[in-house]
Design a protein around this ligand. Structure first.
Ligand SMILES: *Cc1c(COP(=O)(O)O)cnc(C)c1O
Length: 361
């Protein structure tokens, strides 16, 4: 960056440190295990629905409320109409939630110091003061510390469950403790990875007016390229999100995205099959990495967080990249000895293990 800020920029823009997503390079034969995408294609029903939607009506604006998609989410999670909000990827849903609930003057938003790095970016974008709560020695979320800090007053709490990039899940009892510690504030539970073995907080919504649960179709539904996410909570929370959305973009979901998302959500059999494949492959990969000498955190997600006691993680990632295998390495305090490895197909994971054997030999 240059020292002088262009004169046209608002002051806050100059201070922003935007999120940096994992790379999406075009390398032939690449084994891409760096952005937690699903290795399997989307449900054929999603693809058919998109093809149908492309044939009819693209000259018209989509439904601004995406009512049919909200109904599909209600069906899937046994919620009432008015308890679902949908957006252009869950990142957008998260951004609207930060704007709607966490701008509480003089109070800090609590989230773990090791978690999805977009939370810090949204806090900065909206001028929210973050209070980073240290994870414990095993990189688990310190629920006692969070609850104690929340009880002194806060702007809200955000946890990813299972957490990223560790993959560690919290039990529902922990979520309930957080909800009780901040009854006047929203507790946002980002369940981007919950379908790979986590415990969903959705059944708590009926009893907790301050609970907002966010899901995405990017991971367990293989639709990262379509950009669909949603939030679930009691009607007053959803109304607040709708107020933000309707002050920002009337049509966040296009016709293809809405049709594809409904097709995917309604294909229970395909969903069950692919998420089981991912979970089974994960358990096999844990054992293989441990055989190679890695420490692997217990994961309830579609990725593993692993470190090798004798090898620098940055060098391992570079060695893999030179062999056309991409994994994610975060140059951040506390986690720079670790690699985050997305679960691919069995063949892709087999190739990863082969390449690691070459590098470690
Ligand atoms: C991938 C991810 C998201 C973003 O999902 P999109 O719906 O693709 O925007 C949100 N939260 C966490 C923790 C994620 O890992």
């Amino acid at each position: 960056m240059t020292d002088s800020v262009p004169p046209f920029w608002s002051p806050r823009i100059a201070a922003l440190e935007p999120y940096v997503p994992g790379e999406q390079p075009r390398i032939p034969g690449l084994v891409k295990l760096n952005t937690n995408e699903n290795p399997y294609p989307p449900s054929p029903r999603a693809l058919q629905a998109i093809a149908r939607a492309a044939q009819e009506g693209l000259e018209r604006y989509p439904d601004p409320a995406s009512a049919a998609l909200r109904e599909a989410v209600c069906r899937r999670h046994a919620l009432r109409p008015g308890e679902v909000f949908v957006g252009n990827g869950s990142d957008e849903v998260l951004a609207h939630a930060f704007f709607a609930f966490f701008q509480q003057p003089g109070q800090a938003l609590l989230f773990p110091d090791v978690t999805y790095s977009f939370y810090k970016v949204y806090a900065q974008l909206y001028g929210i003061e973050p209070a980073l709560m240290p994870v414990d020695a095993g990189l688990g979320i310190d629920v006692d510390a969070l609850a104690a800090r929340a009880a002194q007053g806060c702007a809200g709490i955000v946890v990813a469950n299972p957490n990223a990039p560790t993959g560690i899940g919290l039990p529902l009892a922990a979520i309930e403790r957080l909800l009780a510690a901040a009854p006047q504030r929203v507790v946002l539970v980002d369940e981007a990875y919950v379908d790979f073995g986590g415990e969903s907080a959705v059944p708590l919504i009926a009893r907790h007016p301050n609970l907002l649960v966010v899901h995405t179709l990017s991971k367990s539904r293989s639709l990262a390229g379509l950009r669909v996410g949603y939030a679930m909570g009691q009607a007053p929370l959803v109304e607040a999100l709708d107020r933000v959305k309707n002050s920002f973009n009337s049509y966040p979901l296009d016709r293809l995205a809405e049709a594809g998302a409904i097709g995917a959500l309604d294909d229970e059999a395909y969903f069950e099959h692919t998420r089981r494949e991912v979970m089974d492959t994960r358990e096999g990969l844990v054992l293989q990495l441990e055989d190679l000498g890695f420490d692997v955190l217990p994961s309830q997600a579609n990725f593993l967080f692993a470190r090798h006691p004798q090898h620098d993680a940055g060098e391992l990632a570079a060695g893999l990249r030179a062999r056309a295998v991409l994994v994610r390495h975060f140059r951040q305090p506390r986690i720079d000895a670790w690699l985050r490895i997305s679960i691919g197909t069995r063949d892709q994971c087999g190739l990863l293990v082969q390449r690691l054997q070459e590098i470690l030999a």
